[in-house]
Ligand binder design. Sequence first.
Ligand code: PMP
Length: 309
Amino acid sequence: AATQSELIWFNGEIMPWQNAKVHVMTHAMHYGTSVFEGIRIYDTHLGPAGFRLTDHVQRLFDSAKIYRMNVPYSFDQVMQACNDSVMSNNLPSAYIRPLIFLGDVGMGITPPIDAQCDMVVAAFAWGAYLGEDSMDAGVDVAVTSWQRLAPNTIPTGAKAGGNYLSSLQISTEAKRNGFDEGIALDTNGLVSEGAGANLFVVKNNKIYTPPATAAILKGITRDTIMMLAKDLGYEVIEEAMAREFLYVADEIFMTGTAAEIVPVRSVDRIEVGAGKRGPVTKQVQSSFFGLFNGETEDKWGWLEPLKKS
Ligand code: PMP
């Protein structure tokens, strides 16, 4: 596979990538009992730096807490594992995938109360998720027939393996129908998010995004963009939005760690604004990517330089 490296961190040890194996009876494989993160390491003016690494690790622990998973490592150990997964492979930039899962704990749906989780941290090179040219050309999206999870079924605020069956339905339906990506409505019929990215709408120079109650994962990129946009002088409004708001938007863009900031040029084959990346999207993109070469001042301490391991 393209997304692989030489070494990987597995249950406390750095080992050859191909040695990190689990049994076929792994609980997580049967029941989706895993929580994970996606984190980017950028090659910055300060050297390789994790982007909001601490915030991602906090969300990982929060996801584990929501599912009452026992994580056999401290916060600092997980931070160190993330660091080492990149540094041991000498990667100047990387995507890191920490995963905590229920392994060989038996086949009961409810794991034994003292069951310890397994943990892996993989780091590998990964370019633009929706393709390099999508960053300025934009993508064509569709609102899919699959809705996002209802809040009283599976919590979308936890980044858990099982949630991605929903993302898979949303994304593959869109792709089968010739679109680049899908957008889901929540079970109230309001705009939620993409398969693996949050959504922003620009209308009359104001920036809107669905609130946490719209069955979204509260993305760290979403939070970053809200802060950067406010810093640029924009009013940023978290507000429930109906599907048709997307059709009359001036600009739309999607955000996520893997996706970064991707302009949306059409929704359901209706052109968004001028049908190409708009000026606000472009400004927000340059502000975001400027963090990694120092052009945007990192007032928030988001860049966390890695340490030689
Ligand atoms: N929503 C979903 C469903 C996601 O999987 C992701 C990617 N983690 C996001 C939103 C964006 O979150 P973040 O900006 O923290 O990567």
